[in-house]
Design a protein around this ligand. Sequence first.
Ligand SMILES: NC(=O)C1=CN([C@@H]2O[C@H](COP(=O)(O)OP(=O)(O)OC[C@H]3O[C@@H](n4cnc5c(N)ncnc54)[C@H](O)[C@@H]3O)[C@@H](O)[C@H]2O)C=CC1
Ligand SMILES: O=C(O)CCC(=O)C(=O)O
Length: 490
Amino acid sequence: MAVQTEIKTYLNYINGSWVSSVSNQVEPSLNPANRHDIVGYVQRSTLEDLNAAVAAAKQAQASWRKRSGVERGEYLYKAARLLEQRLDDIAETMTREMGKTLAEAKAETMRGVHILRYYAGEGARKVGDVIPSSDSEGLMFTTRVPLGVVGVISPWNFPVAIPIWKMAPALVYGNTVVLKPASETAVTAAKVIECFHEAGFPNGVVNMVCGSGSVIGQGIANHPDIDGVTFTGSNAVGKQVGRAAFERGAKYQLEMGGKNPVIVAKDADLDLAVEGTISGGLRSTGQKCTATSRVFIEKEVYEPFKAKLLERVKQLKIGNGLDADTWMGPCASESQLNTVLSYIEKGKAEGAKLLYGGKRCLDGELANGFYVEPTIFEEVDLQMTIAREEIFGPVLALIPVDSIEEAIRLANDTEYGLSASLYTKNIGNALQFIQDIEAGLIKVNAETAGVEFQAPFGGMKQSSSHSREQGQAAIEFFTSIKTVFVKASE
Ligand SMILES: NC(=O)C1=CN([C@@H]2O[C@H](COP(=O)(O)OP(=O)(O)OC[C@H]3O[C@@H](n4cnc5c(N)ncnc54)[C@H](O)[C@@H]3O)[C@@H](O)[C@H]2O)C=CC1
Ligand SMILES: O=C(O)CCC(=O)C(=O)O
């Protein structure tokens, strides 16, 4: 075990200053590749800290909203430049803190840079429409105003991209922000907020308070001075957040789980389908809300698809995400590892056939981390737990089907509706899939995971609050429309 000489403590960011929690308590953020490696200490905050952040955000809002969108955008451009300059350090921190490979962490950090630049540009774009009034002497138009103070509750699986895709539009449209990042990745979040600090945002416009979900997260949902809450995470918590916000009349936006299907048609390019299934299902150790979980394969190609998939999965190198040859890192935390292992046990107990993997990895150095083998089941009944609940781990269920119609019907037999893919060369299959699949993100001949910042993202059914994030869609959540009618007086 390496001896750590200096472990930094990361502070909350309130009203333009880095401050300790009034609790004087911190908690360690651990490296999931090696539980003995503490990435940093983060604040275990109280409601008093949250109140201070919300008060600062509320005060700052009055002047922030009065600035032009172009001016607000300039701050985002500065934050983007700083994030890009620090990309290597922030990506390495993300890998150490959350486990995804360094290549994925770098790509995600760069995605954060692009999101900041995209929303910086939004500051100069139109916010309303002129609508013909029935009164020929009247001028009728829409304009938009910010919500006020926005609370951002973010998860650990995209520690840079998700906070940024929520904060950047919030800020450019004139809101001020209080971020509560997941404790598991709060060091990475602090480094992102350092970029906002150095970009010179006025005091109180951006704030970060670290702490437990039940205190700070729930505190954001309940806070009377927080006008909008945007959340990504589990369904159970999301619904709790939504209920609390609804009760007090605040606006809320929830992005939650998925049980995302891939359908492989008998005419599919099987190599492409295998690559897409592996990448969509197992990259980031399956810890994406868009990850592939169920694979429906037309019977004619079931065996060749399965053989190719197994051959390819055997080649995947599991290890520390900082090692250049690692393809799949650990689960992000011990509790996530235990959740994944318990789903695998349920799968076996309920009668699914384990084709590959299924165990915790305990060889050599891996024993110090939270590693699990990529896992493939077949003979999966759609009523089994592993076919119904979000696992958030590298676990795939293979299900043979007689036709594309049957595949779509079974794929839709879930409470979720986030993303879905079809592999086919037949345009008729593709059109039917686009028409009938119940998902907010639909791909043909591409994997279920991976969203683009300039396009709307969100789910149907229980996967979201039916709102959309990112792209131009973000303006719908982060602003309110005012319809204005003006007429000259005699
Ligand atoms: N949709 C997605 O992208 C994500 C889905 N998940 C799902 O959630 C499962 C559990 O992961 P967790 O980290 O426990 O997710 P979670 O839903 O508990 O955490 C997400 C965020 O909510 C906060 N939070 C927790 N309890 C809260 C509460 N009572 N009120 C307000 N905020 C609260 C957390 O601190 C974190 O910042 C995963 O296995 C996965 O299925 C987790 C992370 C991301
Ligand atoms: O697939 C992606 O790029 C984003 C997934 C996502 O938003 C999530 O897992 O929370």
